[in-house]
Design a protein around this ligand. Structure first.
Ligand code: GDD
Length: 327
């Protein structure tokens, strides 16, 4: 079975490749990357995965790739995934996420790959404004997106729905709630705080940590659990259906910060940074993953505290000598 992972060099893509190689030896893993993508997340997989250059925003390159590779399944993870970037560059976020997926879908149609299953990585950000009496969030919750990024994910989600109903494209939609772990870039909240704390440990930053909105609450899953959910949704889920991937409990960002500080044993000053505040921020996300559980048996197994420990260890190792990360 040949599986294509778009965006394999990214955070979730690289963990998905690790998971497939470890648990599904029958799968041949092929991944796309852009020419300027950093490769360090998949460097350890050299010789075990095939990497192909393709910018999903380029319709003809995407069409050629799909026609020549003829994958049995696709995990579509290539995307602009950082919410603040979408405020600064909405055109880029909407273009990459929505039109990139359109290019992929049209490439599948052109190649007549009718049996190719495609996992579409939606997001809990699609739910956006959720009232307290609507928690935990099921897939039937109305979508009230609060950022350009969230709108782009609603677009991808609805496009997959439409292609399934119009053309029978075997798209399985997932709505992943927040996820973190090793290899998370240092601008997403847990990794951002872990990165700063490790810099403080190493004496590279004064004992002050910059933070944004500490009141938001997010439902965090370890990325290694999330990618297993993606596989199970694609393998055992219903084409056309949508599945939340979540733990069902939330942590305030203040609680996340407190846990990370406690794990380091540091004494740090907390500095609110207005630059880190957003024009609007989703206040609280807690997902109900019963549908995925019932369809596939998926359960998250890695406790959040261990994820945070692994994230700190990741930065301790990275900042211990590897080139390329600004100190
Ligand atoms: N990044 C960041 N940095 N966020 C901060 C900070 C900070 O210093 N301080 C507080 N926050 C708050 C944000 O305002 C937000 O409420 C929360 O921490 C999480 O922020 P991010 O880690 O940047 O993630 P996100 O929730 O915006 O989006 C992530 O999760 C989505 C699923 O819900 C991303 O991974 C998306 O790609 C994903 O779809």
């Amino acid at each position: 079975m040949r599986v294509l992972i778009t965006g394999i060099t990214g955070f979730a893509g690289s963990h998905l490749a690790d998971y497939l190689l470890a648990e599904h030896p029958e799968v041949e893993v092929v991944g796309t990357h852009r020419w300027r993508s950093r490769r360090e997340n998949v460097a350890h997989l050299e010789g075990r995965v095939r990497l192909l250059e393709c910018d999903i925003r380029d319709p003809s390159a995407t069409r050629d790739l799909v026609a020549s590779l003829r994958p049995d399944a696709i995990f579509h993870l290539a995307a602009q995934s950082f919410v603040p970037t979408s405020w600064k560059a909405p055109h880029e976020s909407l273009g990459t996420n929505i039109l990139g997926q359109l290019n992929l879908f049209e490439a599948l149609r052109a190649a007549k790959l009718d049996d190719c299953r495609v996992q579409i990585a939606g997001s809990s950000e699609e739910y956006g404004l959720v009232h307290p009496d609507e928690l935990p969030i099921t897939e039937d919750q109305p979508l009230r997106p609060l950022s350009p990024y969230a709108v782009s994910k609603v677009g991808q989600d609805m496009m997959a729905y439409q292609y399934f109903h119009s053309y029978g494209l075997e798209a399985v939609r997932t709505r992943g709630f927040n996820h973190t772990g090793p290899r998370r870039p240092p601008f997403f909240v847990c990794s951002d705080f872990a990165y700063q704390l490790v810099r403080i440990e190493k004496g590279r930053q004064p004992p002050r940590i910059s933070v944004g909105n500490l009141e938001a609450r997010r439902d965090f899953t370890d990325v290694r659990d999330i990618v297993r959910g993606y596989w199970l949704a694609l393998d055992k889920g219903e084409p056309g259906e949508v599945y939340n991937v979540a733990t069902g409990r939330s942590w305030s960002i203040q609680e996340v910060l407190d846990q990370l500080i406690e794990l380091t044993g540091l004494d740090v000053e907390i500095i609110p940074d207005p630059e880190r505040m957003r024009p609007s921020d989703v206040p609280r996300l807690e997902g109900d993953a019963s549908r995925l559980r019932a369809a596939t048996g998926w359960e998250p197994v890695i406790p959040f505290r261990r994820t945070l420990e692994d994230l700190l260890d990741y930065w301790r190792e990275r900042l211990g000598g590897v080139q390329g990360i600004p100190a």
